[in-house]
Design a protein around this ligand. Structure first.
Ligand code: CAA
Ligand code: NAI
Length: 245
């Protein structure tokens, strides 16, 4: 039970990596607020409750500050504290630079960048008041290595690394650890939308020669959210089969 009695907010928890993290965190003893704008999170939360987990679903668009603030105060009412924030919600709107619309550029910034800022700024006063907190945000190999067709997405995922380092410097003295995970290509809906020939090309540059599984990332979130990582701060953990080294 590596997260016994800890309270975690996981964004983007209705699907993919966020849902897998919710499963992993509850198994390790955490109480979890599953945050997503996809209403199917309600069903996902119910399944976890049926297995005895203490969880609640909150339907929230992380890009909307007012709804994030409401969610944080409801989480405090429901669970009494917030120990962990996993900034996992994210979207893609891929397109070559020459074709990328202003709308698709902005939409990805709103969710992947402003959403991370909104959630972090909303929980941090509470974490400061209890002198304890773990913040883990999701970057990507695309943000570090670049990726054809991902101007908007790569910009936000590089920004996550920069914000993580900045917050690690600002909040370390307050007892808060701030880190990021940079996944490679992981088997979720997000990657299922990528053309098969691009997937094959990606596999060829991965030393492990295969895509990752959601549990590979959930376990990285778990490590950084746990007290095993108390002296890890400001880092970006690459979980990508060896693309970045
Ligand atoms: N490397 C090099 N060249 C590439 C390329 C690549 N990965 N992908 C496309 N190209 C080239 C094409 O061969 C083509 O070249 P020519 O003009 O000489 O024929 C040119 O770029 C245009 O490509 P498309 O014909 O595919 O252009 P399009 O406008 O129809 O589609 C696209 C562009 C939407 C970006 C499409 O190529 C695509 O979906 N690519 C995948 C993008 C991707 O990898 N997304 C990752 C999503 S998963 C994720 O984001 C998770 C994470 O964090 C890793
Ligand atoms: P996914 O598409 O399966 O799940 C993303 C979840 O975020 C969905 O449930 C979606 O409803 C939710 N979401 C999207 N916009 C939201 C918003 N505005 N407010 C609240 N919730 C919102 O994607 P996946 O693969 O699970 O991705 C999770 C995170 O991991 C994302 O930040 C993604 O960029 C990142 N990532 C994923 C990789 C992969 O290969 N799957 C690789 C690197 C990073």
């Amino acid at each position: 039970m590596r997260l016994q009695d800890k309270v975690a907010i996981i964004t983007g928890a209705a699907n993919g990596l966020g849902y897998e993290a919710a499963v992993t965190f509850t198994r390790e003893g955490a109480k979890v607020a599953l945050v997503d704008f996809d209403q199917s999170g309600e069903q996902r939360a119910q399944e976890l409750k049926d297995q005895g987990a203490d969880v609640e679903f909150f339907q929230v668009d992380v890009a909307n500050r007012e709804s994030v603030d409401n969610m944080v105060s409801q989480v405090l009412d429901r669970f009494g504290k917030i120990d962990i924030l996993i900034n996992n919600a994210g979207i893609t709107r891929d397109g070559m630079l020459t074709k990328l619309s202003q709308e698709d550029f902005q939409k990805v910034l709103d969710v992947n960048l402003t959403g991370v800022f909104n959630c972090t700024q909303a929980v941090v006063p509470h974490m400061i008041s209890q002198s304890y907190g773990k913040i883990v945000s999701t970057s990507s190999v695309s943000g570090v290595y670049g990726n054809v067709g991902q101007t908007n997405y790569a910009a936000t995922k590089a920004a996550v690394v920069g914000m993580t380092k900045t917050w690690a410097k600002e909040l370390g003295r307050k007892g808060i650890n701030v880190n990021a995970v940079a996944p490679g290509f992981i088997e979720t809906n997000m990657v299922a939308a990528v053309p098969e020939k691009v997937i094959e090309q990606m596999k060829s540059i991965i030393p492990l020669q295969r895509l990752g599984k959601p549990s590979d990332i959930a376990n990285a979130y778990l490590y950084l959210a746990s007290d095993e990582a108390t002296y890890v701060n400001g880092t970006t953990l690459h979980v990508d089969g060896g693309i970045m080294m």
